[in-house]
Ligand binder design. Structure first.
Ligand SMILES: [Zn+2]
Length: 268
């Protein structure tokens, strides 16, 4: 949305993690702890200003299992996504990897996250420029790294892509969803229900120029990371939006819950 300011800074305190939302050192420490415990395989796609752009994958991918990708932290001020992913990981056990080939991209925009502002430190939007849809957007440095690993990301998201965003202007939740059908199905409704356990669903008829029906913006292709992966073959896609005017820990728990629901839906 144009009225979101790219360099306005946001910072919240988490009681769950006992730190501030932009504490990237603490985030990296806890991420290393969880990824080590789960024996996830690291894959560094590149570096941005010294910070790694990193994927974490199931210890060994298996044929016949669904392959799904969960990502967060594209917009630096939308901090409950990455912290929610840490919370989600803390509740996983290695047994999950008998059911799914999981790839995690916890922090797509480390320089924005550490400052608590939307865009990266170079002033670019890391969630635009993946598809040519006439918006004229060029990929950011993060986008270029992700696009350069297109084959890897397409294989990782073959059965589904979830990306977790927040809306700093909102007190209500909503969802962008992609399914190969005319109307939202069980996949979309399941994710929205997980969010609705934490926040009221938006009653807005349109958001950022997109029509919203019962909290869902359906099959809307912009130049975002998630639209690109769906266009590239991911069977299901979603982008959750938690309301950043609500309590930070509640937003963390909602992000964790929507990630869990995504896994449950696609492993069924
Ligand atoms: Zn966002």
């Amino acid at each position: 949305m144009n009225s979101r300011s790219p360099f306005e800074t946001f910072r919240w305190h988490s009681e769950i993690f006992a730190c501030y939302s932009n504490d990237i050192e603490q985030f990296e420490r806890q991420l290393l702890q969880e990824t080590t415990r789960l024996r996830l395989k690291p894959r560094v796609l590149g570096h941005i200003d010294g910070w790694p752009l990193q994927l974490w994958q199931s210890p060994s991918a298996r044929a016949g299992l669904p392959s799904v990708l969960i990502s967060s932290g594209f917009h630096g001020e939308e901090a409950a996504g990455p912290w929610g992913m840490l919370h989600f990981m803390s509740e996983l056990s290695e047994a999950l990897f008998d059911q799914v080939n999981l790839t995690l991209l916890p922090l797509a925009n480390p320089t924005g996250f550490s400052k608590g502002h939307r865009f990266n430190r170079f002033g670019d939007n890391p969630n635009r420029g993946y598809l040519s849809v006439g918006d004229g957007a060029q990929p950011s440095v993060e986008g270029k790294l992700l696009l350069a690993h297109g084959q890897l990301l397409q294989a990782a998201s073959r059965d589904g892509i979830l990306t977790c965003h927040e809306d700093v202007l909102s007190q209500q939740t909503y969802l962008y969803a992609f399914e190969p059908r005319q109307q939202p199905g069980a996949f979309s409704h399941g994710l929205l229900s997980a969010l609705a356990n934490y926040f009221p669903i938006t009653e807005a008829p349109a958001i950022d120029g997109c029509p919203v029906q019962e909290g869902i913006i359906f099959n809307h292709f912009d130049s975002s990371f998630e639209a690109w992966l769906v266009r590239s073959g991911a069977k299901n896609g979603a982008c959750s939006e938690t309301p950043a005017k609500a309590n930070f820990d509640r937003r963390i728990l909602a992000n964790s819950a929507v990630m869990q629901q995504f896994i449950t839906a696609l492993c069924a």
